[in-house]
Design a protein around this ligand. Sequence first.
Ligand SMILES: Nc1ncnc2c1ncn2[C@@H]1O[C@H](COP(=O)(O)OP(=O)(O)O)[C@@H](O)[C@H]1O
Ligand SMILES: N[C@@H](CCC(=O)OP(=O)(O)O)C(=O)O
Length: 390
Amino acid sequence: MATDNRQQSTVNRQQTTVNRQHTQTIVVKIGTSTLTRSTTGNLALSTIATLVEVLTNLRHQGHQVVLVSSGAVGVGCARLGLTERPRNIALKQAVAAVGQGRLMRVYDDLFTTLQQPIAQVLLTRHDLVQRSSYVNASNTFGQLLRLGVIPIVNENDTVAVDELKFGDNDTLSALVASLVEADWLFVLTDVDRLYSADPRSNPDAQPIALVQSMAQLTEFQVKTGDSRSGWGTGGMVTKIEAARIATASGVRTVITNGRFPANIEKIINGESIGTQFEPQPRPVNARKHWIANVLIPVGKLYLDAGAVNAITQGGKSLLAAGISQIEGEFQAEDAVRLCDTEGKEIARGLVNYHSLELRQIQGCKSDQIAEILGYPGVETVVHRDNLVIV
Ligand SMILES: Nc1ncnc2c1ncn2[C@@H]1O[C@H](COP(=O)(O)OP(=O)(O)O)[C@@H](O)[C@H]1O
Ligand SMILES: N[C@@H](CCC(=O)OP(=O)(O)O)C(=O)O
């Protein structure tokens, strides 16, 4: 009997492994340069139709799929006869409102032809920096995926305020991939892969097939410049940043040409197309991962050598006594960078004091805090539960 149970549990384990291999969560990001024709600004219908077919096929194979689609501004411009991306924020936000509806109409028509339900999810960074709405968004994605729906995500451009913007959908796609604990993130663009330099201006740039760790990019001497296609926003810089966030969340990331969506399936099946970034182990502590990768640090604390050592080697909380200098204005519970004496970031965390209070108690012993501030403050400036070594 015991042997039977053991055999059954081995079979179950094997079954789970097989199921896991078969059921993967795949996030695909498509940029404006792939969605639209650069000459007219019109939608590249054949590319979009092929993408819709590929994503629906992946669903039929049992995978969970999320599409992060840019294009609201580009499509809105084409609809309104504007020939370049508006710089004025209010105009851009108005144009995005025109384009987003049109974009979803096209997706819904195409996916409906294949009986694939979709959902529109518009997010701002603000939605993800609040821990409660981050968890809420995660639950909503979970439900949509269990219902077999393909969520189509974009930044909520019409309401996003400058300070709390993703700004580019590459970063948004990485944060979504992390949120849904994806296995794959495909960043589709108008070049076939990452090169050692921008291939538009450097014909000798070398293609890069595999990046095992982000440190290798320095080794390969990758240059990204600030070049981007006519309608794109981030260029290669934001795609690499997306790969950094996603791989740190345990998500295998691929940069590849969006003109051939069928390559997505080939890549999942092991073909070497595009540039693949190998994932790190999935973080065990979701809250610390959120602090390190989702929050935007608003201040900088310089620490003395003793504090650096206590935090990095001793796993201790940060005390006021170890702070030598403070940069920026922040509220209690904002994210701040913790730096060594040279200004190199060593950790990130949620600070327990307003910057004005912290300036009064920096360098002081914890038992002096109550007297200086006139009320008993907390002992730690950044508690170790809210602190992540970077
Ligand atoms: N090292 C590099 N390797 C590949 N492409 C690069 C590199 N540096 C810059 N680029 C540029 O990045 C562009 C893609 O970014 P972008 O225009 O923002 O596209 P998307 O609209 O797909 O987000 C490419 O057309 C290319 O010219
Ligand atoms: N939210 C914007 C996306 C901007 C953006 O990141 O564009 P892209 O560089 O083409 O992926 C839009 O829908 O136009």
